[in-house]
Ligand binder design. Structure first.
Ligand code: NAP
Ligand code: ZN
Length: 353
């Protein structure tokens, strides 16, 4: 038996999100049901809703930065009990058999299941995300939220946090390393905070001069206004690692020039052919690399949450009511958010009663 719950959904790429009633599956033995308290608004939600990546099936209930309270658990669940504070990120399942899954890299499983805009691998039903009252997720994909983290500020850690943390760890951000971040939005502000907490020297590249004060407050040591050719020229051969969070096509060549020999630029945002194309000469002559990275594994997500609790790192959030989510999307598209919108799902419960 399943019960009807409420959420907000997009019914086409052009339409606003509107109230939507649907049902969640009855608990399987390994399922955890979470009453959602807060859900972050990621730029990926906008990409999905607007069909930027193609092949979307509607309705879409977005949301993959989920924090809530465990309401019920299935009979086989051992790691969670009713009342625990729990988190869910971008994935709710994977095949558990392929090489990435067997090596704790379920985010690189070809058959993993997205938290929304996907289908459950057992019953084929559409997955619906965190802009809703509750969610049912297999225990393996549920994270423990350490005590002491502000819950609204912790929600974005489930995507923006891990997506920034993983490449910073992989390319060893830390003392003595020069790390730059391109774009001060949800991912960018987490990348600055995390790189700083790891002990690196941090620079922000931004198109928006108005964000300078915030960037220093968040932990940046230096800001480069990327439209200023003189500032870009001064930064040539400076960085060990650049975290690129720009959501749309952009010229990466001027940023590659600011890498030291052997340095790496990691794309997190834009998916698709680069225009202008990448000049390979700095790769060959100076051993530079262009890489990409997708969220992080479950184990690394749990590690990141513990790191954030230890270092007092959460997201700077604007908490909104779900009724304001369409305005939030418009503001996100204008890069006008400080620095993550987080939906307080109490606003949905109040509407539903
Ligand atoms: P966001 O909050 O909108 O921030 C993006 C920032 O990029 C903006 O604040 C802006 O910063 C800069 N920017 C925006 N448009 C630009 C343009 N056309 N050219 C240059 N700079 C631009 O977005 P987000 O939530 O951080 O997400 C960033 C991207 O990462 C999205 O594409 C999202 O889908 C993707 N993402 C990837 C993963 C992954 O696993 N790889 C996970 C989550 C999200 P300034 O104003 O400072 O220039
Ligand atoms: Zn996301």
């Amino acid at each position: 038996m399943s019960t009807e719950i409420h959420g907000y959904a997009a019914h086409s790429a052009e339409a606003d999100l509107v109230p939507f009633a649907f049902s969640r599956r009855e608990l399987r033995p390994d399922d955890v049901e979470i009453e959602i308290l807060f859900c972050g608004v990621c730029h990926s939600d906008v990409h999905h809703v607007r069909n930027d990546w193609g092949n979307e099936e509607y309705p879409i209930v977005p949301g993959h930065e989920i924090i809530g309270r465990v309401a019920r658990v299935g009979s086989d669940v051992t790691r969670f009990k009713a009342g625990d504070i729990a988190g869910v990120g971008c994935l709710v399942d994977s095949c558990q058999a392929c090489s990435p899954c067997r090596h704790g890299q379920e985010h690189y499983c070809n058959e993993n299941t997205l938290t929304y805009a996907d289908h459950d691998r057992h019953d084929g039903q559409p997955t619906y995300g965190g802009y809703s009252e509750n969610i049912v997720v297999t225990e393996r994909f549920v994270l423990h939220i350490p005590d002491g983290l502000d819950l609204a500020g912790a929600a974005p850690l489930l995507c923006a946090g891990i997506t920034s943390y993983s490449p910073l760890r992989r390319w060893q951000a830390g003392p003595g390393k020069q790390v730059a971040v391109i774009g001060l939005g949800g991912l960018g502000h987490m990348a600055i905070k995390l790189a700083k907490a790891m002990g690196a020297q941090v620079t922000l590249f931004s198109r928006s001069p108005g964000k300078a004060d915030d960037a220093y407050r968040l932990g940046a040591d230096r800001i480069i206004f990327s439209k200023d050719d003189a500032q870009m020229a001064q930064a040539v051969s400076t960085f060990d690692l650049i975290i690129d969070t720009v959501p749309y096509n952009h010229d990466v060549n001027p940023y590659i020039a600011t890498l030291k020999p052997d340095g790496t630029l990691v794309l997190l945002g834009y998916l698709g052919p680069l225009e202008p194309t990448l000049n390979s000469a700095p790769m060959v002559y100076r051993g530079k690399s262009l890489a990409g990275s997708l969220i992080g594994s479950l184990a690394e997500t749990q590690e990141m949450l513990e790191f954030c609790a230890e270092h007092g790192v959460t997201s700077d959030v604007e908490v909104i009511a779900i009724q304001d989510v369409n305005q939030a999307y418009e503001r996100l598209l204008r890069s006008d958010v400080k620095y993550r919108f987080v939906i307080d799902l109490a606003s949905l419960r109040n509407e539903a009663t």
